[in-house]
Design a protein around this ligand. Structure first.
Ligand code: NAP
Ligand code: MG
Length: 494
């Protein structure tokens, strides 16, 4: 049965209304691309163009690098009194909060994120600036225990010109995760948002311009990955790239960084296991498992898309999970009670529906969902497969949509073996009521974060990143300070 999704006219978002193409922020100036090229950004809930934005090329990247380099060498920012730098970061947090409703509307319009979730993401973006605002006054060096005739100490210094290249699934949150720690450490920044979601970053650029940063400290470049993104990754004038996106692109960025040995951190994809032990609270586990792969229409790097369930509770859990999935009805992103918006683009729609067809070809059975949804927007139903083997592509490849596989296991050893049998290692989750089982499994799972009796919760204070092909390095918490600074040792013979 084909379902139809009704969407009303989107609310007016003054900033996003079409008109001349939106320029980008380079060196404190709002400029079009040197080539004059632009690209369109689309509302995925109704498949119509919202507006066009500048499409940066290599010449624009050169210009942004010059501006960021000048701002860095000028030292007005990197040498700013740390208390003063804290105040600037808090001002950025305040201005995000003051414009939270508008920014959430922009995000929903551009990406199809349900409005309540978009507001939550904007709150996290503001909180990220608050969190890193605390650091400039607390980044200590060390005095090292050496011979009495020597004074030896270490200091942390900014890396220099840092680029952030980000995906579309949480645009302003991702931007904040790159920009806030970079600024706290005294770097200058070039941010390239994803081509599907340029608008919140551009509005942020306008807002940040009111916060007392010298020109060129924050530059926002809209452009395509293969042109602007590739030029950033290869640019000899950029000292560091912090990337969040697919594993495939991450590998290209690492390859391109070799020319000047850029510092690179990569937050990449996943195919995360969620292990349901027989002693778990099955209602709670089902709620967490459903949100684990349905939230943000499954377009989440940590999505728990391989749900491993003990064979003795398989059927009971599958029923409970089906009931929880039913709460995720596709709907208009601007309706307050919508839990599941569209996927971000026509390409993503084709990818997700392609995997639903592939799963059936591979011999898996659809337990929930899988029915087509009538457009015009890019809506897909949450879909759960049963009878999945871990060697099927359905269980190995990141889909980035609300599609999960249910896999049975006999005992904890088998669960761990299946869970770790993946090229990825971003996240994992365990549902159990036994504290020893929880910690034993947490220790044995090869993943950057392990949740117990919850799913998807992050805190700015803890390090985030992946094992294996899910990434390189860690960000958030204190770890971002390591990745946005160089450590210098000074050795003075007295
Ligand atoms: P993507 O295609 O890798 O794009 C991410 C960013 O890289 C975009 O800004 C993109 O620009 C740019 N890009 C593309 N090709 C490039 C190149 N050759 N050189 C430099 N930059 C390039 O990823 P996506 O499909 O948009 O996002 C989904 C992926 O992100 C998933 O795999 C997901 O797991 C991952 N993700 C990871 C995390 C994490 O923290 N680990 C968080 C969120 C998402 P265009 O938009 O123009 O292509
Ligand atoms: Mg869009």
């Amino acid at each position: 049965m084909t379902r139809t999704v009704q969407v009303g006219p989107p609310p007016r978002v003054h900033f996003a209304e079409s008109g001349p193409s939106k320029p980008m922020l380079i060196g404190g100036q709002w400029v079009q691309a040197a080539s004059g090229e632009t690209f369109e950004t689309v509302n995925p809930a109704n498949a119509t163009t919202i507006t066009t934005v500048a499409s940066a090329g290599a010449a624009d990247v050169d210009r942004a690098v010059d501006a960021a380099r000048r701002a860095f060498e000028d030292r007005a920012w990197s040498d700013m009194n740390p208390h003063q730098r804290t105040r600037v970061l808090l001002r950025i947090a305040d201005i995000i909060e003051a414009h939270a409703d508008e920014l959430a509307l922009i995000e929903s319009l551009d990406v199809g994120i349900p409005i309540r979730l978009a507001r939550y993401q904007i709150a996290i973006a503001a909180e990220t600036f608050q969190y890193y605002a605390g650091w400039p006054t607390k980044m200590l060096g060390t005095v090292n225990p050496v011979d009495a005739s020597v004074h030896c100490y270490t200091v942390r210094e900014p890396v220099g010109v840092c680029a952030g290249i980000i995906p579309w699934n949480g645009p302003l949150t991702m931007a904040a995760w790159k920009i806030a720690p970079a600024l706290a450490c005294g770097n200058t920044v070039i941010l390239k948002p994803a081509e599907q979601s340029p608008l919140s970053a551009l509005r942020f650029g306008e807002l940040v311009s009111e916060c007392g940063l010298p020109d060129g400290v924050v530059n926002i470049m809209t452009g395509l990955g293969e042109t602007a993104g590739a030029a950033i990754a290869a640019h000899p004038g950029i000292d560091k790239v912090s990337f969040t996106g697919s594993t495939e692109t991450g590998k290209k960025i690492l390859g391109a960084s070799v020319g000047n040995l850029k510092r690179v951190t990569l937050e990449l994809g996943g195919k995360s296991p969620h292990i349901i032990m027989p002693d778990a609270d099955l209602e709670l586990a089902a709620r967490n498992a459903a949100s684990g792969f349905c939230l943000l229409t499954g377009q989440v790097c940590v999505a728990g898309t391989r749900i491993l369930v003990h064979e003795t509770v398989h059927d009971e859990f599958a029923d409970a999970l089906a009931k929880q999935i039913a709460a995720y009805q596709v709907g208009d992103p601007f309706a307050e009670d919508t839990m599941l918006g569209p996927v971000v683009s026509a390409a993503q729609f084709d990818r997700v529906t392609g995997y639903v067809a592939l799963g059936q070809q591979e011999g898996a059975r659809i337990a929930v969902g899988g029915e087509p949804v009538q457009g015009p927007g890019y809506f897909v139903e949450p879909t759960l497969f049963e009878g999945v083997r871990n060697d099927m592509r359905l269980a190995r490849e990141e889909i980035f949509g609300p599609v999960a596989a249910l896999l049975p296991f006999r005992d904890a050893d088998e669960a761990v073996r299946i869970a770790n049998d993946t090229p990825y290692g971003l996240a994992a989750a365990v549902a159990t009521s036994d504290v020893s089982t929880a910690h034993t499994l947490a220790r044995r799972l090869r993943a950057g974060v392990v949740w117990v009796n919850t799913h998807g919760e992050l805190d700015l204070s803890f390090p985030f990143g992946g094992f294996k092909q899910s990434g390189l390095g860690r960000e958030l918490g204190e770890r971002s300070l390591d990745s946005f600074t160089e450590l210098k040792s000074v050795f003075v013979r007295l």
